[in-house]
Design a protein around this ligand. Sequence first.
Ligand code: ITT
Length: 184
Amino acid sequence: MKLQVITSNLGKLNEFRTALPNIEIIHNDVDCYEIQADTLEEVVNSCIDQLRSKKLNDFVLDDSGLFVDGLGGFPGVYSSYVLRTIGNEGLLKLMENTSDRTARFKSCVGACIGSHIIIANGECQGKINFSQKGNGGFGFDPIFIPDGYDTTFAEMTLEEKNKISHRGNSIRSFAEQFTNIFES
Ligand code: ITT
């Protein structure tokens, strides 16, 4: 089976390919209008509906964000906007006087395969570093240190990040549900 990964983000695409080595992944960057919603899952469900109404099938997508406790969960569902506007430097500046640096990445993966809809969530706890470190990954990776490590996601290989990351976790949960539906 061929599975289309719907994303404009090549970093995400690489993570799907690494986490699902036994599935043939095709990239599709067809646009999905991201509604303004309080949760990642609402955004994912809306995108699934939009893509189905365009007659697409056998696809998976991800909506994700970084939730910083000391900022009341911001940027959260506004993560993409924050990266596009103030970027990591701006977020670090915003946190100059924030002592609580705990944060979590969340990922919600949604898939439509045949007549089945699969929704899978993943999280990764950690903290926001005081400066950017590392050249790997994408987005907020240079400022996020997962719990139990002293390196940022951007200092890890793709395989290391996938083992512990929000998206690694949501893709594993997706793969488990996929196996239960199609291989039982
Ligand atoms: P899509 O086309 O798949 O929507 P996107 O980059 O716009 O790609 P999101 O809408 O999910 O992705 O926005 C989430 C933002 O959070 C985005 O700017 C990402 O760069 C960032 N982000 C998500 N997952 C991340 C990760 O694993 N590491 C670093 N930053 C991440």
